[in-house]
Design a protein around this ligand. Structure first.
Ligand code: NDP
Length: 307
């Protein structure tokens, strides 16, 4: 790859201003510019949020997200386009977001915020609030996100169990189950948190059987991808009170449609796919790009290469 022109696709705007990343990469020995769809073919490499057909004409595409399920791997392969992702940077951000959801449920903070909108002084029922210490969280997916979640929750005194395909231990997890034992792993956890990539194997991993297997007083958290969950099955479980509640950052359709029943359910916290947001996001992505430009110059293997 001759890196003469690196384009920052305007779609990154949903996460940070493209010009900020251009500034961050200004020292590179290449022309850096913010491009719209028409500008893509003149670039050797692209940093992007969304996918575009025209990416098949460049040499290297870097996704500013860890999840790359929206990119057509086969077509990248056929057209000799390298795809890299941004895994490795979302441990603290997502870990703290998940800790926040759990603290809201346990300490009833979301009720206070809702009551405040109505200028209402109303204390929780005597048996509604609890503490997180000594409860168990089952984290499904033990990569960057899962580890960040495990470390943050471990610090709050929860016991943390992990689920992954292999049974190799992972730092921060008290025990590891393999995916074929998912239903067993989630059965007695007060909190079940999903942090797996969306793949053919994980699509609708959380279906009616999984929600049935969970405790009736358990909370479900999805910070992975919407389609890892059978959303109608989740809504059924919440409406039937066979789950205590859910915190959801990702959905089968985004933005979440205004008529989704999820908006109106008690004990459901909705955030607009921003669990990993931080003002440092642009610098974290910049560091990943710089690292790969260095490796390219040295003729080494790309870091975080997916295709
Ligand atoms: P990693 O690649 O670091 O981790 C993925 C983990 O999932 C690995 O531990 C892998 O372990 C496990 N895994 C993969 N397939 C399965 C399976 N079938 N069953 C159980 N475990 C599985 O990715 P990240 O942690 O960086 O990101 C994970 C996903 O989270 C992303 O793909 C993205 O979709 C989502 N995400 C969401 C964000 C948000 O804003 N809400 C922000 C960042 C990421 P093993 O190989 O042992 O199976």
């Amino acid at each position: 790859i001759e890196l003469e022109r690196l384009g920052i696709h305007e779609s990154v705007e949903a996460v940070f201003p493209p010009a900020e990343l251009a500034d961050d990469l200004a020292a590179l020995p290449a022309e850096i510019s913010v491009v719209d769809d028409d500008g893509i073919p003149s670039c050797d490499a692209i940093v992007t949020l969304e996918h575009r057909e025209a990416f098949l004409e460049v040499d290297w595409v870097h996704s500013i997200q860890a999840g790359v399920d929206r990119f057509p791997f086969d077509e990248f392969e056929t057209n000799d386009v390298i795809l890299t992702n941004s895994t490795g940077i979302h441990d603290r951000t997502v870990g703290e977001t998940v800790a926040g959801y759990l603290l809201m449920f346990a300490r009833r903070l979301h009720d206070h915020v809702a009551n405040q909108q109505e200028r209402r002084w109303e204390r929780p029922d005597w048996d509604a609030a609890f503490t997180l210490s000594d409860s168990t969280a089952c984290v499904v997916g033990t990569g960057t996100l899962g580890r960040g979640v495990a470390e943050t929750l471990g610090g709050l005194g929860l016991g943390v169990r992990g689920v992954r395909r292999s049974d190799e231990p992972v730092p921060g997890f008290d025990e590891i189950y393999t995916t074929d034992r998912l239903l067993e792993a989630i059965a007695d956890a007060e909190f079940v948190i999903v942090t797996v990539p969306l793949t053919d194997a994980t699509r609708h991993l959380f279906d009616a059987a999984a929600f049935d297997a969970m405790r009736d007083d358990a909370y479900f958290v999805n910070v992975a991808r919407g389609s890892v969950v059978d959303e109608p099955a989740l809504i059924d479980a919440l409406e039937a009170d066979t789950l205590a509640g859910a915190a959801l950052d990702v959905f089968e359709t985004e933005p979440l449609p205004e008529d989704s029943p999820l908006w109106g359910l008690d004990e459901v916290i909705i955030s607009p796919h921003c669990a990993a947001y931080t003002r440092d996001y642009v610098r974290d992505v910049g560091d990943l790009v710089l690292e790969n430009v260095d490796r390219l110059a040295d003729g080494g293997e790309f870091h975080n290469r997916v295709v």
